[in-house]
Design a binder for this molecule. Structure first.
Ligand code: NAD
Length: 418
């Protein structure tokens, strides 16, 4: 990453919101509010470890903006997460909910920890204590967590149970991404990857490309990347490479995704998968292919490597995988980018459906969930595309303009209390 790009994730996210405010001529009172998160909770709390020692963990819950409805956002367990990054990811959630027009504001939570080095019982005690700490903010009508990096449906089940125990009755609406047995929605587990596949399909249409003949390189091999890979393979795409934090596996003739993911499960890495060449993450980003899916982590496509991207389409499954400078290089080079605040909203959209189903105590068939996801994402994609044409701009700026416009309309309608 070039030294001029070492600006914080929060600054990057705020600068995108600011740029949209500028283009839309948003009044200062709203601009200033959008630059800051509305509420932030920091908790330092003890957890008993399996060996009898006690460790102090730090967790956050941050609400960026609730003008359009209750806050919504995942909970990340990661050793490198910071409060500033959590703020950035919370602001991204406000943008995501607005761009796909679901009635939520944005939030994010995190615990600084390495879940890969903790036992299930340690994770349970950590999660339940964190749930107690953040119960000041979360609730079915105020702020609804979901899984993110390092967390999963089991984490949500512990949060739901802890919150329910404190209230004295079951409250499934307090989290989404729960196991099906306690009110989770069909289609939720694969939702973000599913949204990435739909985004790739819509973008491919713009480039007169069919997914049936498209070649795809995917950065990442976690929840989002693996479900996107399976769904793209089902659509007929040839997935030629996948990677994880240790490097990638490449075969220009295509990979058998199910076998690759089983191999990763068994060995812990995609590296060395039979019949593939070992490549670096830098190699993967520069592979000749039709679609590059960035589904790993932040700031992967930078000013240093953006010019090497050969894909016609970049789909951002991860949050903020592309720096602003890289974004401009891709646009200037004619790469069609489906930005994170649009492409990675599948999980958010199906979380919304889960919440609605829980409120109604009425469960949808999988096809109803998936058809509704397809409809909401297609509508948002079409609206964003229309803005790119009217404003002669890229998909990222257009998506931010659409989102900011919706959030500012809500803020203006509500006014300032008191
Ligand atoms: P995950 O932890 O399941 O997977 C992350 C993957 O990225 C892993 O395979 C890891 O090895 C790989 N990785 C990490 N650092 C890397 C690097 N420097 N280079 C290459 N690979 C690297 O996480 P996930 O849930 O799949 O989330 C991935 C991204 O998608 C994150 O940015 C997350 O914020 C975003 N996202 C997730 C969801 C969700 O529902 N899980 C929803 C929206 C957005």
């Amino acid at each position: 990453m070039s030294s001029t790009e070492k600006t914080s994730l929060l600054k990057m996210v705020v600068s995108q919101i600011d740029a949209a405010c500028e283009r839309l001529n948003v009044q200062d009172s709203c601009r200033l509010r959008l630059r800051k998160c509305e509420r932030e909770l920091i908790a330092n709390f003890p957890v008993k470890m399996d060996d009898g020692t006690v460790r102090i963990f730090t967790g956050f819950r941050v609400q960026h903006n609730d003008s359009r409805g209750p806050c919504k956002g995942g909970i990340r367990y990661h050793p490198d997460i910071t409060l500033d990054q959590t703020r950035a990811l919370a602001a991204q959630m406000t943008m995501k909910a607005a761009v796909v027009n679901v009635p939520y504001g944005g939030a994010k939570g995190a615990i600084i920890c390495n879940p890969k080095l903790m036992s299930q019982s340690e994770l349970e005690r950590l999660t339940r204590r964190y749930a107690c700490e953040i119960s000041l903010l979360i609730g079915p009508e105020s702020d609804i967590p979901a899984p993110e990096v390092g967390t999963n449906p089991q984490t949500m089940a512990w949060i739901m149970d802890t919150y329910s125990m404190a209230k004295g009755y079951s409250i499934p609406t307090v989290v989404t991404g729960k196991p099906i047995e306690i009110g989770g929605s069909k289609g939720r587990l694969e939702a973000t990857g599913h949204g990435c596949m739909i985004s790739a399909k819509l973008a491919a249409k713009q480039r007169h490309l069919s997914l049936r003949v498209a070649t795809v390189a995917i950065q990442g091999a976690g929840n989002v990347a693996s479900s996107a890979a399976k769904q793209l393979a089902r659509e007929g795409c040839q997935i030629i490479a996948m990677s994880d934090s240790t490097g990638g596996a490449y075969n220009p003739q295509g990979l058998d995704i199910e076998s690759l993911l089983n191999y990763k499960k068994e060995t812990g890495s995609v590296i060395g998968f039979p019949g593939t060449d070992i490549i670096t993450n830098a190699d993967l980003l520069a592979l000749p292919c039709d679609i590059l899916m960035a589904a790993a982590t932040e700031r992967q496509i930078t000013a240093d490597n953006a010019a090497q991207v050969k894909a016609k389409i970049v789909v951002e499954g991860a949050n903020v995988p592309t720096t602003p400078k890289a974004s401009k290089i891709l646009y200037d080079n004619g790469v069609f980018v489906v930005p994170d605040i649009l492409a990675s909203t599948g999980g958010l959209i199906i979380s919304y459906f889960e919440w609605v189903q829980n409120i109604q105590s009425l469960f949808w068939q999988e096809w109803e969930v998936n058809d509704s996801l397809q409809r909401l994402l297609t509508d948002a994609f079409t609206e964003v595309l229309e803005i790119t044409r009217a404003e002669k701009t890229d998909m990222r700026s257009a998506a931010h303009m659409l989102a900011v416009k919706r959030v500012v309309s809500a803020m203006s309608a509500r006014g300032i209390y008191p």
